[in-house]
Design a protein around this ligand. Sequence first.
Ligand SMILES: [Zn+2]
Length: 268
Amino acid sequence: MHTRRDMVRLGAAALLGGLLGPVLVGEAPAEARRTGYPQPRRWGTAMPGIVTAFPARGRQIALTFDACAGGYDRALIAVLRRHRIPAVLFLNAHWIDAHPRETRALARDPLFTIGNHGTRHVPLSVTGRSAYGIAGTASPAGAATEVSRNHTKIARLTGRAPRWFRTGTAHYDDVAVRIVAEHGETPVGFTVNADAGGTESVAGVEAKLRAARPGSIVLAHMNRPGSGTAAALAVILPRMRAAGWEFVSLDRVVGDRGPIPELGSSDG
Ligand SMILES: [Zn+2]
């Protein structure tokens, strides 16, 4: 005999089957069927397979900076160097093309690890989903290219293949997360979004960083020279260190992630 809960579930399954079945058959991208990937079940900035925090020993925190298209915030990098604060720098292919010399110099600095911030700087989807009005990649092949072109570019330019990945907009579906892992990279999300794309004031960045907890991964931007980010960090980072915070590189605190969860599991 079915419980009420079972009946609700069966009803929902029937409804979804009725509504989604024909849609999935009719509109599943040919690419997805051809390459044998299942339909995605999740979408967002956090899900199994994306590192959004790390197990801290004491007041440890990890900084990450995105270089989308745009300029180079030299003042920000100077702050990190002055205080010997490590960071993962997620560089987009457009930014690298505009700053090849700077990319090589940053890669040579042991303080920094170069991460892959995508080729076209778009959400990583196998069905063309959008985030903030930016259309994502539309197939497994498209998602793979978004990862692999910049992977190769970074490896050629710096002599080291990137280990960390973050999409433009930081959005993924679960199939795309797997595709990143298949390229030997680990998707990195964030715990604290510190500068709202490099548009935050000094006080705004400070308020966001106050929300950081041990194990937080902080996201900020290094492609907006003159934004509040560098000025804020110049004040806040030494103050945090004096208060007992230790800034660590993700390289040190995130080990082998192991196999990511099976796709298509029912907890989706
Ligand atoms: Zn970006």
